[in-house]
Design a protein around this ligand. Sequence first.
Ligand code: GLC
Length: 588
Amino acid sequence: MVNAPAEQKKLPSWWSGGSVVYQIYPASFKDDNGDGYGDLRGIINKLGHIKSLGVDAIWICPHYKSPRVDEGLYVDTDIHEPFGTREDCQELIDAVHAHGMKIMFDLVVNHCSDQHAWFKESRSSKTNPKRDWFYWKPPRMIDGVRHPPNNWRSCFGGSVWEWDEHTQEYYLHYFCPEQPDLNWENPETRQAIYNDAIRYWLDRGVDGFRIDTVNMYSKYLDFPDAKVVAPETLWQPAGDFFSNGPRLQEFLREMRKETFSKYDCFTIGELPNTPSLEKILSYISTDAEALDCTILFDLADLDHRGGQYPLMGRNWALSQFKALTAFAQQLAEPEHKAHALTYLENHDQARSVTRYASDAPEHRLTSSKLLATYLLTLSGSIIIYEGQEIGMINAPKDWDIDTEYLDVNTINTWREIKHDAKVQNDPSLLERGRAGIQLTARDHARTPMQWDGSENAGFSSNPDAKPWYRVMESYAEGLNVAAQEDDPNSTLNFYRQLVSLRKAHKDLFILGRFQLLDPGNDQTMLFTKTALDGSQVAFVALNFSAEKQPFELPIELTARQNQLLISTLGKSSESRELDAYEARVYLA
Ligand code: GLC
């Protein structure tokens, strides 16, 4: 089925009324062929489960052919072999549509694989026509010694520059050395990207993209040294130089004009290092004609990036969490002509129950419902990540970081932390690094999906297959789909109920105006959602603490007849005390 051609695109886009998107990490979702690794047929087999949540669309993390150093974030029109074939992929696209849902792919075009034909040609000689498709620089010579052109630390550790022996120059990589950055300055490169990575999939029926690191395309071409904040190491954090470069807007507009605008398509772009509302709107307001909405990072980063290493933990307060929510909800206000998007989990974020509430056995069910209530009452579009709908939690602390954590960012950062001279003189820093990884490493979101109570949580069709990641033991403690299916009180059924209520009260939950009521309170989060015409108001009361907390109904509610719409612990509408991690929603 081909995506709608431009001429027919007169109606509002499929996503513009706010959509709930279910995100899939294919390697860990469902293994159909029994090799211990998830695949596209596994997703096809589980579309019934996804549809039962009431979601509008699915987004699949990269399934493209790649050596998977960073788990497959590369440009390619081919499919990673263990995931299946191009035919499987087309079948998946069609099957999602047949289920009445939309399908989004991942677009990774800041960089590609060092095994991609483009880079192989580029590195073959200084005169190759594709030499300029990547960033190549001569060394900086200091006292006759070769050094990289600047001091930037790559997102995954080490220098952003990799020496190429063959052509005696460095190439740029913001992430792994195996992920060289594409040169967006070159119009020929941009056209090849539009063609191979975007139009190719839109023409096969894909309905949108999550766009990886979209604000990194335009570089500061003088590549200035970053400020030295960690003198004991060579490479300095340079996130501000990576993002929002001088030609970004121009590139995004061109990309949209030449590709997305010709299809009925949803674009969600990642905007790291972008705290300013004005800047965000310059990419996502409809006037900008660049992106449809954005994945922001400030809330996701709240509990880490507390030091030189991205995974070092830091303390946070609920008042900060609330302020960041209020900030992001502004994007939904009609005057901004933009679209808000909220997520608590994805393949780059550990499990939200562990991070923002409590995964203690006595609190995890209520905590998962608390966070579901928060998420699904916020305006705009929402992402639910696989496993979140059953309240999956982080790996237990006894998992060994050296052998059981597989993510390249965790491995590199842990190695750097262990070898840092400052850490060696201060063991408490090592413990802080360990605690940060246990709380926030991406690994926690990448373990196999927990389908049932059988061997390896039913992840693989072959009970003897060894899953590529260790399966969390929590599957045997009720955190699996089958166990929750028939339990009316389960997290899974709560998600279903909430998605349906969200749609039934669209004017409040999807389009309503957000107002935070108690900004300074670090135990509870209270907010209202008001229909834009003022006819209705919802009041959401969330207790993020393990103690009982009092609350009052706001005047907007007491002035009218009101009803208790949701109570995660079945409390009476009159009680004015929230139990540990309880959530309620009142309507008036
Ligand atoms: C994005 C992806 C992340 C990846 C990085 C580099 O942030 O979501 O998984 O490692 O970009 O492609």
